[in-house]
Write a protein that binds this ligand. Structure first.
Ligand code: HEC
Ligand code: HEC
Length: 243
């Protein structure tokens, strides 16, 4: 074997080791590689599962509003993705929103499939995540009920059953307008969401949809103190579940 061939073999071996992530170096890049390969795999499986099972209602690019009643919410909104932990998306896929037409996928999808779809959806996020509060948020249920009735019930339904039809009027783009307000008492939503996720939705709103921010001094049309928001969260959590 001449020197060129030997050099060629050495280079090829090095390249293959590099490709499969076993080429050792001082910076722990071996693990990084393994992680990236696992992410790539989940992402591409998630993409296929999404196209086959979700795009019909949520749109090819997560733009929402597809299907007979155009109820599938947009999933690519930054203001949604930055406050939605992956576990929220995983559980939403697992439990669905059956009172609103979104099936539960727990029986058809393996845990790894569910995780793959959530990885794919999280791939739309380009802005950094915002911290959301952990645990139970303390609030006065009766006070919260009063606010809910006058500020939220018209869109989300008096018992949290969701809006009957489009609520209209997105702020930024016509493609975002006209989403029906989701069912906050749906059992799938109750099981997937946390107090902190609901509170963050009220604080930041969903930019580009009829769901504005409600925190005082934000862009909302109704300005609430943080304690009012806590009361509303406590009330929403107390609503009887709708199966
Ligand atoms: C003008 C109609 C309207 C009003 C008023 C309104 N919402 Fe919403 N809300 C929406 C829509 C539409 C969405 C879905 C936004 C999206 O596309 O992500 C939403 C989303 C939400 C979500 C997220 C649910 C999910 O499935 O992710 C919560 C929580 C919420 N609203 C709570 C409230 C509360 C509490 C109030 C009252 C303080 C309120 N909303 C007032 C229309 C409204
Ligand atoms: C038949 C239509 C339909 C299909 C199919 C469907 N969904 Fe949904 N999805 C909905 C509707 C409708 C809602 C809003 C529920 C409400 O209005 O209360 C929703 C809500 C969601 C939410 C919550 C969004 C938010 O803003 O909180 C996520 C996440 C989601 N779906 C993911 C998926 C994924 C992933 C798939 C495929 C595995 C899927 N959905 C399949 C109709 C559907």
């Amino acid at each position: 074997m001449n020197t060129d061939k030997i050099l060629g073999l050495v280079a090829l071996t090095g390249f293959l080791l590099y490709l499969f992530g076993t080429f050792p170096n001082a910076h722990g890049e071996v693990q990084v590689f393994a992680r990236d390969l696992a992410w790539n795999d989940a992402y591409s499986r998630g993409l296929n599962l999404y196209n086959e099972n979700c795009a019909v209602c949520h749109g090819d690019n997560g733009q929402g509003g597809v299907g007979e009643d155009a109820l599938g919410l947009p999933l690519n909104l930054q203001s949604f993705l930055v406050i939605a932990p992956k576990s929220y998306i995983v559980n939403t896929i697992r439990y669905g929103r059956e009172s609103r037409g979104m099936p539960a996928f727990a029986d058809d999808f393996s845990e790894s499939d569910i995780n793959a779809v959530a990885t794919f959806i999280k791939g739309w996020q380009i802005q950094p995540s915002k911290a959301i509060e952990d645990g139970k948020i303390k609030g006065n249920v009766k006070e919260g009920a009063k606010w809910y009735k006058v500020t939220c019930g018209n869109c989300h339904g008096p018992n949290g059953e969701g809006g009957p039809q489009e609520t209209g009027g997105g702020h930024i783009s016509a493609s975002f307008s006209g989403f029906s307000a989701p069912a906050l008492a749906d059992i799938g939503f109750k099981k997937s969401s946390t107090d902190g996720f609901i509170k963050a939705t009220l604080i930041y709103g969903r930019i580009g949809t009829p769901m504005t921010s409600y925190l005082k001094k934000s862009q909302g049309h109704v300005e609430l103190e943080e304690q009012d928001i806590n009361n509303i969260v406590a009330y929403i959590r107390s609503m009887p579940a709708i199966e």
